[in-house]
Design a protein around this ligand. Structure first.
Ligand code: GLN
Length: 465
């Protein structure tokens, strides 16, 4: 088969499924996709070198800039925004031979856990169309799950790659903070944001990570550490060895398998842990008493940073402009009409937490909690190779169920936010199904690694699946 044939079959499936899913905000014209595939076929025919992602069809979350497609971040405020440049991660993907299929739906600016907060459309979960795909990268997760594209990019500030991966039954990888350049990622909370990968296998996610990682002079927080070859280790594994993970220490986080978590989720995660044990891991329970502090600390820090980051949308520099007689009404009206209600609420709360008189009580304390959480993870990961938890306390819930109850939605982020506060890498993998939908609803579990130890996560994940 040629790259053109493969692209045609994916485009065909995309056309047939998209009316039910709404995972894309923008799909590249067929001619543009097929032209790129044809160029690759010609290169292969002429024995010219092609990149490691040659012909790979990738979906890109719409808060990641692309020069040839709009980039709205799910916000009406950026409805007509076409960036004049590619995000570094997208540039690297294209240089590796990947073809960008389109831009996937998300909660406005990444603020949400269901994709219902998009300013444009609600994405459905492919396993049950009446349920949410998770969020905020719900479009990317649904698209990979329904094979509308092969892999996808998302962003993860507090779980936005991992929770939708879990809800949609695909693999989600959140790299270490700084592993992937944030240049061209629309900022939500800059000290937490990271671009991550979706795939239908661990190997897919690893290959994607290989292409997008590395230092970038346009992002001062991107790491100068060398990028290991995440693919080579898949080849090096001895697949005949009955205990290939012998000697690895796995710590199961006690606080994540207690009350508040669905019992079916707990039993699926426990069976994944038993499987790791069969593969040779030694398993221990670890306690992280600060675990539950993550949620309040995260929401104070994320909202504070976002209130500052979103001040750039003034109706002058980007996006929607509502003309007015004087500058202040232009600013006010453009923001009032451009932002959705969740975003406005978050800006208000973030501004409040940062205001003089409240700063010490909220922002400063949250930073102190962040340090405590970071240290407790460091300590636990000195004694264990990886830590394990569910990816979310429940499986995908119904569209509308938590729409008017933001606190219930925020509470669902409990499993993922600590990892961002600590800046660590984490991999989410499917580990079972619970009853629901047409053929069951997927459950995912999360493996958390030490900073810049994506290799270990990928190796364990690859052997696990
Ligand atoms: N659900 C979390 C939030 O709303 C995380 C979102 C994300 O990771 N972008 O902030």
């Amino acid at each position: 088969t040629s790259a053109v044939d493969i692209a045609k079959s994916f485009l065909d499936r995309l056309r047939r499924t998209e009316p039910h899913l709404n995972s894309f905000l923008h799909v590249s014209p067929d001619e543009a996709i097929l032209k790129q595939a044809e160029e690759l076929d010609n290169k292969i025919k002429n024995n010219d070198a092609v990149g490691p992602l040659a012909g790979v069809l990738v979906g890109v979350k719409d808060n990641i800039c692309t020069y040839d497609m709009p980039s709205t971040a799910g916000s009406r405020l950026l409805e007509n925004y076409w960036p004049p440049f590619d995000a570094t991660a997208v540039r690297k993907l294209r240089e590796s031979g990947a073809i960008v299929v389109g831009k996937t739906n998300l909660d406005e600016f990444g603020m949400g856990s269901t994709t219902e907060g998009s300013g444009y459309q609600v994405t459905a979960n492919p396993w049950d169309l009446s349920r949410v795909p998770g969020g905020s990268s719900g479009g990317s997760a649904a698209a990979v799950s329904a094979r509308q594209c092969m892999v996808a990019l998302g962003s993860d500030t507090g779980g936005s790659v991992r929770q939708p991966a879990s809800f949609c039954g695909v693999v989600g990888l959140k790299p270490t903070y700084g592993r992937v350049s944030r240049y061209g990622l629309v900022a939500y909370a800059s000290s937490l944001d990271v671009i991550g990968c979706f795939g239908s296998s661990v190997a897919d996610a690893g290959i994607l990570l290989n292409s997008i990682s590395g230092h970038d002079k346009f992002d001062a927080t991107s790491s100068k550490r060398e990028v290991p070859d995440y693919q080579s280790q898949f080849v090096a594994i001895d697949y005949l060895e009955s205990k290939p993970l012998k000697g690895l220490r796995v710590g199961v986080i006690r606080e994540t398998l207690e009350n508040g978590v669905d019992s079916e989720v707990i039993s699926s995660v426990r069976s994944a842990v038993s499987h790791l044990e069969e593969l040779g891991c030694s398993v221990m329970e670890v306690s992280l008493p600060s675990f539950s502090l993550g949620l309040p600390a995260y929401y104070i820090l994320a909202l504070s940073e976002s209130s500052s980051n979103l001040s750039r949308y003034d109706g002058v520099r980007y996006g929607k402009q509502v003309p007015g007689d004087e500058l202040n009404s232009l600013y006010g009206d453009s923001r009032a009409q451009g932002f959705g209600s969740e975003v406005k609420m978050r800006i208000l709360m973030g501004t409040y937490a940062l205001s003089a008189g409240y700063y010490d009580a909220y922002y400063k304390r949250a930073q102190q909690v962040r340090t405590i959480i970071r240290n407790s993870f460091k300590e636990a990961l000195d004694k264990n190779d990886i830590l394990i938890s569910p990816a979310a306390p429940s499986v995908a819930y119904k569209i509308g169920e938590k729409k008017n109850d933001p606190l219930a939605m925020y509470a669902g982020d409990i499993m993922t936010v600590n990892v961002n506060l600590a800046g660590l890498p984490a991999l989410v993998l499917p580990c079972g199904f619970v009853e629901g939908g047409a053929g069951g609803l997927p459950v995912g579990f999360q493996m958390i690694g030490a900073a810049f130890d994506e290799e270990k996560l990928l190796k364990i994940g690859h052997i696990f699946e």
